[in-house]
Design a protein around this ligand. Structure first.
Ligand code: NDP
Ligand code: PYC
Length: 338
């Protein structure tokens, strides 16, 4: 078993802030990114916790991101909240537009945030959960880089394209899921490579189109979508809704924009929020009980709800006051400060 290092929430935030400011991010971006990484690490989300500091540092080194960009919120009188990240990381733009999205959703029943011109490295569940904690249901989608072959194809056209959804539950943690539409997230393949572990079958093909379980061959070849043509179609939908629909880049275009420089993809993001009270004609409480009946029936069979592991990890880490990361990861992160 590999050795681990215990980090308190303050140590996670502090390490993140140090690496981000050393890499050249301004204080506002560093704070927003550090908050996201701390939140993810405390829920034991290993692929998008502290590990993502490497991607953030590489993105800055690649020279295309503006580490001090000020997002600009465009005024609108409809249900669309458009925020231009101005070539910075997505998170400050999301933070700036969130209160407007909540207000517009309560006014119109449904509203959407379109973030444009952002670099994007992060998990989506904290964003949809910031809406479910306000009593709204929400979904979020982003493209990435064209690492993923469509079902039946042999080369990367699609991104790893995560889809996240959160449903508010009265007095309980929300029902949330958040996963890549590729069989594995790119970050997960990178973690397999670091651990020297082979991938399961069905995750990737090598550059000659043959199935591979070797993480490096997978990254040099093409990743596969989950669920064959079904995951592939969902992934294409995400390309369209978070790309051309909002006047932003697809994963193919993001890859071209990067010109081989590495780091986080550059594109847009869409977040759609729904007000259960408005949709149900003021009967959200009665309908919450009906949703709970469904959850109870699922749990009754011994199945688990998505995010249940994460909420348990959160409770454990908060109770003991630390999260654990592999010692080698900690050493490699400290090396980013040299
Ligand atoms: P996983 O496959 O690890 O898990 C995805 C979801 O499925 C989680 O909500 C998880 O809940 C749930 N889940 C897992 N196992 C079960 C089970 N047996 N029963 C019920 N639910 C289950 O996610 P990925 O590796 O695909 O993605 C990880 C993260 O990477 C996501 O947060 C995503 O947003 C991010 N990502 C970001 C990208 C970007 O471009 N910004 C691109 C791709 C991914 P639990 O957490 O409780 O296990
Ligand atoms: O893990 O696939 C991934 C990913 C892409 C961009 C950020 N994370």
């Amino acid at each position: 078993m590999s050795t681990t290092v215990k980090l308190t929430p303050e140590e996670i935030r502090d390490l993140s802030l140090k690496v981000l400011s050393h890499s050249g991010y301004g204080p506002d971006h560093a704070a927003a990114i550090a908050e996201m990484l701390t939140t993810c690490q405390l829920d034991d989300c290993q692929s998008h916790g502290l590990f993502r500091l490497f991607m953030c540092a590489q993105t800055k080194q690649a020279g295309k991101i503006d580490g001090h960009a000020e997002p600009v919120l465009e005024p609108s009188d409809n249900a669309i909240v458009r925020v231009d990240a101005q070539g910075g990381m997505s998170l400050l733009a999301f933070q700036k537009a969130l209160p407007v999205l909540i207000d517009k959703t309560r006014t119109h029943g449904i509203a959407a945030m379109a973030i444009n011109r952002c670099f994007h490295f992060s998990a989506l569940w904290p964003e949809v959960e910031s809406l479910s904690s306000a009593g709204l249901a929400a979904m979020a989608m982003v493209p990435s880089h064209s690492w993923v072959a469509p079902a039946g194809g042999t080369r990367g056209s699609l991104g790893t394209n995560p889809l996240a959804f959160s449903w508010p539950r009265m007095g309980k943690d929300p029902f949330t899921f958040d996963f890549a539409t590729s069989a594995f997230a790119r970050g997960e393949i990178e973690l397999y490579k670091r651990a020297g572990k082979p991938l399961p079958e069905g995750v990737a093909i090598d550059k000659d189109g043959n199935p591979t379980t070797d993480p490096q061959a997978a990254m040099d070849g093409a990743m596969l979508t989950f669920g064959s043509y079904k995951g592939s179609a969902l992934s294409i939908m995400i390309e369209l809704l978070a790309g051309p629909l909002i006047d932003d880049l697809t994963s193919l275009e993001s890859m071209e924009f990067a010109e081989g420089t590495g780091g986080a993809p550059y594109h847009g993001e869409i977040i759609i929020a729904f007000d259960p009270n408005q949709f149900s004609g003021g009967k959200a409480e009665a309908n919450d009980a009906r949703a709970e009946r469904l959850f109870a029936d699922i749990l009754d069979q011994g199945a688990r709800l998505p995010s249940q592991r994460r909420f348990a990890a959160r409770a454990q880490n908060h109770q003991r006051g630390y999260a654990e990361i592999p010692e080698q990861l900690h050493t490699d992160l400290l090396a980013l400060l040299v």
